[in-house]
Design a protein around this ligand. Structure first.
Ligand SMILES: Nc1ncnc2c1ncn2[C@@H]1O[C@H](COP(=O)(O)OP(=O)(O)OP(=O)(O)O)[C@@H](O)[C@H]1O
Length: 330
């Protein structure tokens, strides 16, 4: 069953721009430009894209903060803006750059206030809080005022407050931003458990590709408001991760000058040459066989593309370019 369903979802903003010395013109800019996405119950979806792609705008429409300009949208069977109050009981929201905790109160008080806001029965609240305290290791700072918490401690508090009313969907916007390595790992471990338990649907936006690699089985990538990829991380690797790097050290400085399909030289300094090969056209073995004609090889390393390489290629790909191209006028 789909907990989120968007079809042809669009959001336009009107911006004013200088037009001449004293005049300004108004222009309509589509921040989200016809997004189709369906998220199943219990799924953890990574929602990815470069700066300004439209991720936050989509999240704001999903959570009832912004009204779509056009398109169909249902979240938990509700229309987010008109049914915002009912929706709020079914969703949890965490924005990495902001907090929903009460700044001057001890952390524990924010949890108590959340219980009253969501009218959660005391026993249910206590049981859930016990579980979250344990999973997120909160006990060392429950009585500390929020403003004195470290960023990592605050994020654990924010996750708790977002989950205390047992929402069906959790929206996470950059939950690991600014966290140190240890805190990032703690948040990811918690989200992995939440995903594996399977009773909370999670939509995650992040620029941290390690988050994606650890957590997301499915990725939707948008660029300029349009979906340019919807599939697993493995699909993404298969589509954009075919280039491997082959670093070769020769016994002596060499001149490498040959044409080989699917091979290009990335850099060449003395006895070290770095090649980039397209795995759909040739293999590292074929390259090495050809290279041994240039001189004896001392050492060789083959590097698989990292997720950064894959995503960089996707952002530069023709489909992402097409998302950027203006609509033909007519
Ligand atoms: N209130 C607004 N008024 C006008 N333009 C806006 C408004 N909010 C967003 N935009 C524009 O819409 C586009 C999408 O912005 P959005 O914040 O959704 O991107 P994003 O993918 O979340 O980016 P980032 O990764 O940098 O947070 C951008 O071009 C942005 O400038």
């Amino acid at each position: 069953m789909n907990v989120i369903e968007a079809r042809g979802l669009r959001k336009e903003f009107t911006v004013t721009k200088p037009a001449g010395r004293l005049r300004r013109s108004r222009e309509t800019v589509p921040a989200v430009d016809g997004v189709d996405v369906a998220v199943e119950e219990g799924e953890l979806l990574g929602y990815l894209g470069p700066n300004g792609a439209g991720k936050s705008t989509t999240m704001k429409m999903f959570t009832g903060v912004l009204t779509p300009t056009a398109g169909y949208l249902q979240v938990c069977g509700l229309e987010p803006v008109p049914q915002r109050t009912r929706l709020a009981r079914r969703i949890g929201v965490v924005f990495g750059q902001r907090t929903q905790l009460w700044w001057d109160l001890p952390l524990r008080e924010s949890f108590e206030l959340a219980r009253h806001i969501w009218r959660v029965p005391a026993a249910e609240h206590a049981a859930r809080l016990r579980l979250l305290r344990d999973r997120l290791d909160l006990d060392g700072f429950l009585d500390t005022p929020v403003r004195q918490l470290s960023l990592g401690q605050r994020m654990r508090g924010d996750l708790t407050v977002a989950l205390l009313h047992a929402p069906r969907v959790l929206f996470l916007d950059e939950p690991t931003i600014g966290l140190d390595v240890v805190s990032k790992q703690a948040v990811r471990a918690f989200l992995t458990e939440l995903r594996d338990a399977g009773d909370t649907t999670v939509v995650l936006t992040t620029h941290d590709l390690a988050d994606i690699e650890r957590l997301c089985r499915r990725l939707v990538v948008i660029d300029h408001g349009r979906v340019v990829h919807d599939g697993t991380l493995a699909d993404l690797h298969a589509r954009y991760g075919s280039r491997r790097r082959v670093e070769v050290d020769f016994e002596v400085p060499v001149a490498v000058s040959f044409d080989m399909a699917g091979v290009s030289v990335e850099s060449h300094a003395g006895d070290r040459v770095v090649f980039s090969i397209d795995g759909t056209v040739t293999t590292a073995g074929a390259l090495v066989a050809r290279l041994s004609e240039s001189g004896p090889i001392r050492d060789l390393r083959v590097t698989e593309p990292t997720i950064e390489d894959v995503v960089a290629q996707l952002y530069a790909s023709p489909s992402a370019e097409a998302a950027r191209a203006p609509e033909p006028r007519g």
